[in-house]
Design a protein around this ligand. Sequence first.
Ligand SMILES: Cc1ncc(COP(=O)(O)O)c(C=O)c1O
Length: 449
Amino acid sequence: MTTQYEKPVIQKLRSGLMNKFAGGTPMHRKVKTDIAGVAIDDLVSQFGSPLFVYSEQTLRRKFRAIRNAFATRYSDVTFGWSYKTNYLKAICAILHQEGAMAELVSKMEYDKAKALSVPGNQIILNGPYKPMATLETAVGDGVTINIDHHDEIEDLEAIATRLGQTIPVGIRLNLDAGIQPCWSRFGFNLESGQAMDAIRRIASSGKLRVKGLHSHIGTFIMEPAAYSRQVEKMVTFGYEIEQACGWRMDYIDIGGGFPSRSRLKGSYHAADVMLPSIDEYADAICDALWATLKPGHTPKLIIESGRAVIDEAGTLITSVCGTKRLPDGTRAYVMDAGVNLLFTSFWYRFDIALDRPISGPCEPSVIYGPLCMNIDAVDEGISLPSLSRGTRLVISTVGAYNNTQWLQFIEYRPNVVLVAETGDVELIREAEDLSDLERREHLPERLKV
Ligand SMILES: Cc1ncc(COP(=O)(O)O)c(C=O)c1O
């Protein structure tokens, strides 16, 4: 057996950090040579680096697991796919195939859903800004509209007057479900009486009829009991509306917020240790529903889960382009992907694997992106063996909020591929070039050379 030469390194010892000299074991990085069965070498040689890779199998499996957790506890449950979490066409199409409605918060997202031929009765329109023209189209399309504020009530009443018909609507609530921070900027506040005032205001004009309630208590909610409190408050308020106006609620939309199996910055434990299972969320929500609903009344339960559905299905491959040592001795790497592609790096500590086994001691390292910006650091405290140029890092879970919040800043955005259930690799978003950047720009004649 031949042994490989390992370059000796002098390493500064940091007290408190485990290292092989201080009695701990050297940390070996996880190695990942394929994604959904496709070799990373093949993916990169065909589609380049950096590269976003989605697994259709993981996405469908995840969606079905969440759906089944609820469908086995409460029969009338529907999912609304939160477009803002990931509105790549292929991702939305898969989730619509699985039966999810489209949950939209802007005209742009509405345009995307229409381009995918999603029918109006499969669309939920939320969001704080719904332009008049979008509201008019939504009313015509029979969309489920959840009202955010008073001006929207007025806009919808004006549309109802013009059409000479009563428009069914939902209203969005903000409420105290016992978690911090308590989101209060969307919808009407429940506890202060603002929401009931809005209901009375709607009832007095007689142009709209409230048929549903919506609230989204936050994101990455790690406490299932918060949802019990939310559901109890929503259902109870629904019956108060019924008593005051005679309207029985057809749906209770509890928004999203379930965590994905990612690790938040600052949390020491891995997600599997920290996070409740989806069954615990389903128990909390469905038990609260059964405990609060009147016999014979089973409104539709709508769930708009985003990150919990898609995060794990997305992976980013990025390559080491340069290596350096910082003045304090820390090892640093320049990668071809940074915060421009990984918006969630501001709050996630990613799971980072190597594309090949690398021996040798690990040392504290920093992973920088390609931007000439100081903030472009994907991980500032990772323990890595010595990586040479060309080594690839396989970063997960990155399916949520990155392909919507990525920046066209300094660098072009790269290819995105989908590994189909058959194992075929399909390009679902092509890498950008100069034409994408400049398509909307106009250079005045006088400035041309
Ligand atoms: C109204 C609404 N529904 C659903 C979601 C999806 O949330 P999450 O990804 O936390 O499940 C959001 C995200 O902010 C939202 O604003």
